[in-house]
Write a protein that binds this ligand. Structure first.
Ligand SMILES: Nc1ncnc2c1ncn2[C@@H]1O[C@H](COP(=O)(O)OP(=O)(O)OP(=O)(O)O)[C@@H](O)[C@H]1O
Length: 642
């Protein structure tokens, strides 16, 4: 048995695992999984296209391609799970943990423990239940060598192929290189190799530098070619590593037809390289480049931004999928119903009407519907009917011909409806559409033709329509402000987004927003703040919560726990915090008087929790202890208290 497997078996034993034990395949709850994906957003976005390419190479071989986070929890998997027994299918699904601690020796867990690509075949697995598997895994590391996750191919051990490991390694390297390029987008990046034909391939070294030439980081092959550790490289510069100053390199690209750079490594090995400069704002710091108030410089012959490659397009598709419906689902039952209904009409040409207060995420939902629909590669065009002056909304929507009215642009405009052709048109605040225009919109929807202002030609149009409103449209119909016939044309499926104060997943939502706002940084809110959030009415819903958390993250700085002192004063003013009272006595008296007045048990329970929380200054743990229930019970019951 290879040494690496032997030491892993010893570790598995020390974790108290028994080879004959039945593994635990319980996946994370859906809301926990969306949070996990949110926290690993960058890895996920860059890995999914590479996983799809990898899968194309092993399709029909009874294998699955798996991506995990740094702890070995699966965040995405795709492929043939037909080789698995029904009961084991769940094992390779998102949300299941494959760390050594939970599953013993296995390719994912062992690759994380050993920080190296690992093959675990058949009975090399610690648990007998996994002996039917063969798994090849490679860690994906960031620019500082920290493991971000693992890429793995798992299949039936009878389908073992010796090339699989090499494919997995190459794909992991591809993901690392893309992550590296995305991290150092605004730096000097040098791609280098001893052989010119390897520039632009997975074998190239990549090193990044500040505009002044200070070393920032290098990818795996870069470190290998430079022959120095990451920490030893910190004191180096472009010129100390490659024997050429940054200004000489810039001069090279000023020549008429600059070829590859001829460079010499510290070891004396000669390499060739191609530099990319994408310097934002710091252009002035670059020696030899004139300061002409430029905030992005392009060196002739060097593309400032690489043209979109198929991989970039795939990355964009993955990013779109990441904003799909399943990632909005963070555990609130009302929202779950909305998503379930919307999923049923996807791609069926049924207009969707989204109701909800301001900031409840109506536009985000519309975008997610578009991203998950078969029209995802088409345009998504949003029009806010309330924010466009009444006199302009007609031309904005329907377009106009050259010179149709005074002030019109010379060449006319195609209008938002035609811009959305082949995609989705999202009409926000539809209730505010001027009455006169409602008839025109209705005609477009019925005839599927648009006639621009000043034109006598009708142009066919094919759009999926999503409308949103925070008005009660029936009331507006009754007042003669909204056409009934248009209402019936729009309401193919009507869904209502719950306001934040009614959502039961506030804690998950807060974590998700914090993960996004802090770019993966690990911020959390204190119990006291969470309690306040649960009592707040949130008139601005997500918009208000997102802004508040954005500011709080900045205020908290290095502290990572967001407390009351990080909250803005106006928010604190809004919260009605009563002084603490003797909880027990107060609860008992209130309960007695409530029973007298015929209040039901649920109201009594709510009142007791509320009073106790007030008495404990909002401390949920202390309240739970005082009332003899779990913290979760308090959280579950809190939203109903408002
Ligand atoms: N589920 C969510 N998670 C995180 N942020 C969200 C969520 N839903 C909405 N937001 C954020 O809240 C803000 C408002 O969302 P959005 O514009 O979709 O709401 P809306 O209901 O269309 O608002 P309005 O009625 O004012 O047009 C946006 O910044 C959006 O990114």
């Amino acid at each position: 048995m290879p040494v690496i497997i032997e030491s892993s078996h010893q570790r598995s034993l020390s974790y108290g695992l028994c080879p004959g034990a039945r593994p635990n395949f319980d996946p994370l709850a859906r809301n926990e999984l969306s949070l996990l994906i949110e926290q690993n957003r960058m890895l996920y976005t860059h890995a999914v296209p590479a996983m799809e390419t990898l899968y194309q190479q092993i399709i029909n071989t009874h294998n699955m391609v798996i991506l995990t986070d740094a702890q070995g929890v699966i965040v995405h998997s795709l492929g043939d799970d037909d080789f698995l027994e029904k009961a084991s299918r769940v094992a390779l699904q998102p949300g299941v943990a494959w760390s050594e601690q939970s599953k013993g020796t296995n390719a994912i867990g062992t690759a994380i423990a050993e920080k190296t690509a690992t093959l675990v075949h058949a009975d090399q697995h610690y648990l007998a239940a996994h002996h039917f598997l063969t798994c090849s895994a490679a860690p994906i590391t960031d620019h500082q060598g920290k493991v971000l996750g693992v890429l793995d191919v798992s299949g039936d051990q009878r389908s073992f192929h010796k090339h699989t490991m090499a494919l997995v390694r190459m794909s992991a390297l591809m993901i690392e290189n893309q992550l590296f390029a995305a991290t150092f987008e605004d730096s000097i990046t040098l791609r280098f190799h001893a052989r010119p034909e390897f520039i632009g391939t997975l074998m190239e070294g990549i090193a990044s530098f500040t505009p002044g030439g200070r070393f920032l980081s290098a990818n795996r092959n870069g470190l290998f070619q430079l022959g120095l550790s990451w920490s030893a490289l910190q004191s180096h510069t472009f010129s100390s590593l490659f024997g050429m100053s940054v200004s000489a390199m810039v001069d090279h690209y000023r020549t008429a037809a600059p070829g590859l750079l001829n460079l010499c490594l510290l070891s004396g090995v000669r390499v060739v390289g191609r530099a990319q400069l994408r310097l934002m704002n710091e252009a002035q710091a670059l020696p030899g480049v004139r300061n002409e108030n430029i905030d992005r410089i392009t060196v002739p012959g060097v593309p400032a931004r690489t043209a979109p490659t198929p991989t970039a397009a795939q990355t964009a598709i993955a990013a779109r999928r990441l904003s799909g419906l399943r990632y909005l689902n963070t555990g609130d039952p009302q929202l779950e119903q909305v998503i379930m209904k919307v999923n049923k009409v996807l791609g069926r040409d049924i207009p969707i009407l989204v109701m909800g207060e301001t900031g409840t995420g109506k536009e985000l939902l519309a975008q997610a519907i578009h991203n998950d629909s078969p029209r995802t590669t088409g345009p998504f065009v949003a029009v806010n009917c309330a924010s466009i002056p009444e006199t302009l909304i007609e031309s904005e929507l329907f377009g106009y011909e050259d010179g149709a009215f005074t002030g019109a642009r010379k060449k006319g405009s195609i209008g938002k409806i035609l811009q959305a052709n082949g995609g989705t048109l999202f009409l926000d605040e539809i209730g505010d559409m001027p009455f006169g225009l409602q008839a025109r919109l209705l005609r477009v929807l019925q005839e599927r033709m648009v006639t621009p202002l000043g034109s006598d030609k009708s142009i066919p149009v094919n759009v999926e329509l999503i409308c949103a409103t925070n008005h009660n449209l029936r009331e507006r119909i009754a007042k003669g402000l909204f056409r009934e016939d248009l209402y019936y044309r729009l309401n193919g499926l009507v869904v209502k987004l719950p306001p934040l104060r009614e959502r039961t997943d506030l804690e998950t939502v807060v974590k998700k927003i914090l993960a996004t706002e802090s770019n993966g940084g690990h911020y959390m809110v204190s119990e006291e703040v969470l309690f306040m959030f649960m009592r707040h009415k949130w008139p601005g819903n997500f918009r208000q919560l997102t802004n508040l958390l954005r500011t709080a993250v900045i205020m908290a700085g290095d502290e990572h726990e967001i407390c009351l002192r990080h909250m803005p004063d106006d928010f604190l003013d809004d919260i009605d915090m009563h002084p603490a009272v003797d909880a027990g006595a107060h609860v008992a008296t209130t309960a007695a008087s409530m029973v007298d007045t015929g209040v039901n048990l649920e109201q009594l329970e709510h009142s007791a929790i509320l009073k106790s929380l007030e008495a404990h200054g909002g401390n949920v743990s202390a309240t739970a202890r005082a009332l003899g229930v779990s913290r979760n019970t308090i959280y579950r019951k809190l939203p109903k208290l408002k």
